[in-house]
Design a protein around this ligand. Sequence first.
Ligand code: TRP
Length: 349
Amino acid sequence: MSNVTGRILSGMRPTGRLHLGNYVGALENWVRLQDSGWTNFHMVADWHMLTTGHEDTSRLQQHTWDMVLDWLGAGLDPVKSVMFVQSAVKEHAELHLLLSMLVSKARLERIPTLKEQIRDLGMDEQTISYGHLGYSVLQAADILLYRATHVPVGEDQVPHVELTRELARRFNFIYCADRAPVLTEPEPQLTNFARLRGLDGQRMSKSLGNTILLAEEPAEMERKVMQAYTDPKKLRKDDPGRPEADENDGHPGCVVWEYHRKFNAGEAESIATLCRSGMLGCVADKKRLAQVMSEALEPIRERRRKWEQDPDAVRDVLRDGTRRAREVARETMDQVRSAMGVKSIVEPE
Ligand code: TRP
């Protein structure tokens, strides 16, 4: 990684305990940036959760809690990184509203992520809520409030960062002609590690039921790894196996091998050689993988357990994070209101 640093803002919707796809795709990178001198802001995007499901909110709190424990377990350090819940910083709502004036409905309807969501949820485009349509405007507010220079996200989120840049530019152009620009145009920062596939070889996703949790207990880890997709042509243990994908045969590549490369890099090549030559069966291969993965993730489980046993300390992390987040958010909003000329004539109570 280069020695450039800056300020990042990234968020996750509270979906509960995180899986290894979330870790490899995002969280691991956040920790890396935190530990190499970046200024990190990490947000639980609970309002975003409402955009696609506002009726059943019964698990929102629990999901927030479980996710923050995973963040802490993975090594986000509350001294270095600011962690907070979106709904605790009301400035997000205010900036969202102001920015919503600067973008057309047609522009929002063209965002590919939104189209995909509508398709995945089997929704009728005509029934989309006002809030859901504004999903990316809310995300832009999240980012711009903290004057983030970079937004570490997956490919699917890039259109949202692009909209964020447009809004910052438009705001600065319209309202900052006579002053320094108020909003910072952020860069998307793509996580360079490919996403980890799920146990069945498809994209890892809670809704597909193919996940391994970040803090999976060893027994459950083994049970799950034993079900992982390998090479359907390797029926007996001494049949030669194909770790790599075989396009001609629709074989997407062995998931167990992919995990070895990620969590057991030192042994991965020799394991692949044994597999190809029919000297290693899938059962033994998987047992070894489960063991190595459980060991590799033990420090994360251990740290998570410690935090879990001290809920007051976790609440303090979020309280302190909210305070630090609000300090920055308030500063930005003061400038935004003043540039836009929407400061009240009388001071608010
Ligand atoms: N939309 C993001 C996702 O679904 C979550 C998110 C909300 C976010 N606000 C953000 C990500 C701000 C980056 C920056 O993954």
